[in-house]
Structure formats: structure tokens, C-alpha cells
Design a protein around this ligand. Structure first.
Ligand SMILES: [Zn+2]
Length: 83
């Protein structure tokens, strides 16, 4: 009975204040926000959102989340990977 579920992307913010707004149509302001929102969409089986935000050149014609071994976690966050 949680009115404010934590966002599945791991941001510690509520889903509604985090990725939920992007799933509702708001543009993600940063690449990280987009990445998080797509991860949340994957967790929640929002294939429409995944397809809509997928670059056409790499997007599969049909998306079957049960056949996506790459999506085991959110590992790309930010760009401070130097070192
Ligand atoms: Zn989120």
C-alpha cells in the first residue's frame, strides 16, 4: 500500500517524481535521466516507452523483454568513468 513507490531506477526518488514523469511524456532533461527512465520502463515492462526512446538504427523490430539478457542492471550512469 505504498502511495509513493521508489523509482526502480535506483535514484531513491519516488517513481512519480523520477522516471514516471518521463514515462508520462515529459522529455528527459539529461542522458542520464533518459537512461534511468528507460531502465525503469524495462523493469515495468513499458515496451512502448522503450521502443519510443530507442534509436531507430539499433531498435529491434519486435521487443521481447524475456529475451534481453543485457538488461540485468543499470550500469551506465554518468560519464565520469575516467581513471
Ligand atoms: Zn527513476
Amino acid at each position: 500500500m505504498s502511495d509513493h513507490p521508489i523509482c526502480p531506477c535506483g535514484s531513491q526518488a519516488t517513481y512519480k517524481e523520477c522516471c514516471g514523469q518521463y514515462h508520462s511524456g515529459a522529455p528527459a532533461p539529461t542522458p542520464e535521466a533518459l537512461m534511468r527512465s528507460r531502465f525503469s520502463a524495462f523493469v515495468q515492462n513499458k515496451t512502448d516507452y522503450l521502443m519510443a526512446t530507442w534509436h531507430p538504427s539499433t531498435r529491434p523490430e519486435h521487443l521481447d523483454l524475456r529475451d534481453s539478457p543485457d538488461w540485468v542492471g543499470l550500469s551506465v550512469l554518468g560519464s565520469d568513468t575516467n581513471g
